[in-house]
Design a protein around this ligand. Structure first.
Ligand SMILES: Nc1ncnc2c1ncn2[C@@H]1O[C@H](COP(=O)(O)OP(=O)(O)O)[C@@H](O)[C@H]1O
Ligand SMILES: [Mg+2]
Length: 347
């Protein structure tokens, strides 16, 4: 990039002036000797002209140098701007990558949570099935020995039908959990919009987090009508709730301390829903409050904090749910209010 052109080398920009000066010097030489006064005056003029010409030459040289310097500076500025732009792009890529990693971590946490939850009914069903197998084996032996009594057979029937009930109920529970999880995982990865029951979604999120909640000794209270249907992005909502709950567990309580997490849903008007979430932990210090939604703001950098959890919450609340999220004042603990439209539900 050039601001001004550097002086062209080669051609003499003072050619005309040099010619005039030479003519004047020659004219001076041709002057009649004796005209002392006139000659002295002319010599002075020629000398002054020569000096001015010299000064202009120097000035032109300096200008040329300055122009070269300016050109160098422009090049440096252009180089640095390109560098800043590239760094900005790299930073944006890193931010996106980290957000994806954070989302995958949430999904990973859900897998672990649901796997853990499913293991309980599966374990119960397996115990009942083993017991049934044992009892059946025993009955088979008695029948083979030909000494079966009616009361024994009745007892067996009772045990068998009880075991079948237990197996059925627990297998159904496991299937429900798996079904809920499959849908939640699909919602998470596809960001698809669909009509869903809000209370069921909240329950599913809590199931996926329940091993961690139990481990920390935290209790959760949900206030949400069973009947609220929403046409929105379930993956986005479950991610928001997951991030808020994870934050409460990570930042709200000291090790060994447990709390109560409160979730309540309210219909603000026919089209708007409000999800209020609060923990009764340490709270966010006033000085941090205006920064917590900023990307990379974390008070746990050395303990694996990325500072992206709440940034993701506010981005998806705005961009996907077309709603808002705000930190709410609370005397003890941390609270958030998430507002979002219910979508087009035909009732
Ligand atoms: N429930 C909470 N209680 C106390 N502090 C919180 C809570 N939620 C968030 N914070 C604060 O906000 C910061 C940003 O949270 P977040 O964006 O999820 O990043 P990270 O969890 O990786 O630190 C946290 O580092 C913490 O200081
Ligand atoms: Mg977080």
């Amino acid at each position: 990039m050039t601001l001004t052109d550097a002086p062209s080398d080669g051609g003499n920009p003072f050619e005309d002036d040099d010619a005039i000066l030479n003519q004047a010097i020659q004219a001076l030489g041709r002057l009649e000797i004796g005209d002392g006064e006139g000659r002295g005056a002319l010599e002075q003029v020629v000398d002054a002209y020569r000096r001015r010409l010299l000064a202009r030459r120097r000035l032109l040289g300096v200008q040329g140098l300055v122009r070269l310097e300016i050109n160098d500076l422009w090049e440096e500025i252009a180089r640095q701007s390109a560098e800043i732009e590239r760094t900005g792009e790299e930073l944006e890529q890193t931010r996106k990558g980290l957000i994806q990693a954070e989302q995958m971590a949430v999904l990973g946490g859900m897998v672990a949570g649901v796997a853990h939850e499913v293991s309980t009914p599966m374990g119960v069903a397996l115990t009942a099935a083993s017991y049934l197998a044992e009892q059946t084996q025993a009955l088979r032996r008695v029948v083979a020995e030909g000494r079966i009594r009616k009361t024994e057979f009745d007892d067996y029937l009772k045990v068998a039908s009880e075991a079948a009930d237990v197996i059925q109920a627990n297998a159904r529970r496991a299937a429900e959990l798996m079904h809920g999880f499959k849908r939640m995982a699909a919602d998470q990865t596809s960001s698809e919009r669909r009509i869903f029951n809000l209370r069921h979604l909240l329950d599913e999120v809590l199931i996926s987090l329940s091993p961690r909640l139990r481990q920390g000794g935290h209790r959760v209270s949900i206030g949400c009508a069973e009947t609220i249907e929403v046409d929105s992005y379930p993956g986005a909502l479950s991610q928001i709730l997951t991030n808020l709950i994870m934050n409460s567990m990570q930042h709200g309580y000291d090790r060994g301390q447990s709390g109560v997490l409160q979730i309540s849903v309210r219909e603000i008007d026919p089209d708007q829903l409000e999800l209020y979430y609060a923990d009764d932990g340490k709270g966010v210090p006033i000085g941090h409050q205006k920064h917590i939604f900023d990307p990379f703001f974390t008070t746990r950098r050395n303990e694996g904090g990325t500072g992206l959890g709440l940034h993701i919450v506010s981005t998806i609340a705005r961009n996907l749910l077309k709603g808002s999220v705000a930190l709410e004042p609370l005397e003890k603990g941390t609270a958030f209010r998430v507002c979002f439209p219910r979508g087009q539900i035909s009732s």
